[in-house]
Design a protein around this ligand. Structure first.
Ligand code: NAD
Length: 296
């Protein structure tokens, strides 16, 4: 299979490398020359333009920062590929842009999927990403081997944009639950409770959740969590804010009431304003602790 891969950044670079490992010929393009060089070192054919990267391919994958990048790249894509080429966007983008991208593909006679991921850069490198997929059943079935080369869990969520919907709903839960777990540890500290004691109780009680048991925001109880590594991401605060804003945008246009999602977006905006955009999102516990310490 020959695949065009557009956007070879933190996520796209290792994803393209895993497609090569699985035996696909991958033609890659990125605006950044150094990233093209890195991709070449991993067996990707580095192309000088988008048109060159998509020439003669069966499938094109995009992994780009935001909706506006995806729409401008897909506009060029549909002008360059023959009808029938499978187009897959793995970026995390707003629902409206995802729907527009599907419409552009349909107008050209190309099957299309929105397929955002979770699992971060570690999952991209290890080939263990979770893919949340929106689009037609047949396109999903055709693309299954491609997703299997880059991921471990592959879930068809429904029609066009259902993958993006699942991604932003999941990450809204994650943002809210990380703040909840951080607040509980800060309150526990004020009450003289050790981190380990709270972890031992909550991890086997009704407070149990991923933010606690896999990604514990204090050092100690879960040795692999970013708290043990100076909050090096992992999943950066800037990306959490991006996803919470997408959830709020979607909630407003769909008419859903999400008061805790709105509050989480506000708190992560403050976390970013305080210069924490490059820190892991679980570092928000420090901000909560500082705010608590400031109180009489
Ligand atoms: P990134 O900024 O490292 O990579 C994006 C790449 O797209 C950059 O290298 C940029 O040069 C390239 N690009 C932009 N416009 C382009 C164009 N017109 N043509 C060709 N290349 C272009 O970002 P990332 O961390 O790889 O994230 C990509 C997407 O995945 C985002 O939507 C992000 O929200 C999502 N995501 C990221 C993570 C993570 O942990 N980094 C986790 C899950 C989802």
């Amino acid at each position: 299979m020959t695949i065009g891969f557009i956007g070879l950044g933190h996520m796209g670079g290792p994803m393209a490398a895993n497609l090569v490992k699985a035996g696909s010929a991958v033609q890659g393009f990125d605006l950044s020359q150094p990233l093209l060089g890195d991709a070449r070192d991993k067996g990707v054919t580095a192309c000088a333009s988008l048109a060159e990267a998509v020439a003669g391919v069966d499938t094109v994958i995009t992994m780009l920062p935001a909706g506006k990048h995806v729409l401008s790249v897909w506009e060029e894509l549909v002008a360059s590929v023959p009808s029938g080429t499978l187009l897959i966007d793995c970026s995390t983008i707003d629902i409206d842009s995802a729907l527009k991208a599907h419409e552009m593909a349909a107008a050209k006679g190309c099957p299309s999927l929105d397929a955002p991921v979770s699992g971060g850069t570690g999952g991209a490198a290890a080939g263990t990403l979770t893919f949340m997929i929106g689009g037609a059943e047949q396109a999903f079935a055709d693309a299954a081997p491609i997703f299997q080369a880059m991921g471990k869990k592959i879930i068809h969520c429904g029609g066009a944009s259902a993958g993006q919907a699942a991604k932003i709903c999941n990450n809204m839960i994650l943002g809210i639950s990380m703040i909840a777990v951080g607040e509980a540890f800060v309150l526990g500290e004020k009450l003289g409770l050790s981190h380990q004691a709270l972890f031992d109780v909550a991890s086997v009680s009704s407070g149990q959740c991923w933010s606690l048991t896999t990604y514990c925001p204090v050092p100690g109880p879960v040795p692999t969590s970013p708290a043990n590594n100076g909050y090096k991401p992992g999943f950066a605060g800037a990306l959490m804010l991006k996803d919470l804003k997408l959830a709020q945008e979607a909630a407003q246009s769909a008419g859903a009431t999400t008061p805790l999602g709105a509050k989480a977006a506000e708190l992560y905006a403050l976390f970013n304003e305080l210069g924490n955009g490059d820190r892991d999102f679980s570092g928000i516990i420090d901000m909560l602790r500082q705010q608590s310490a400031a109180k009489p």
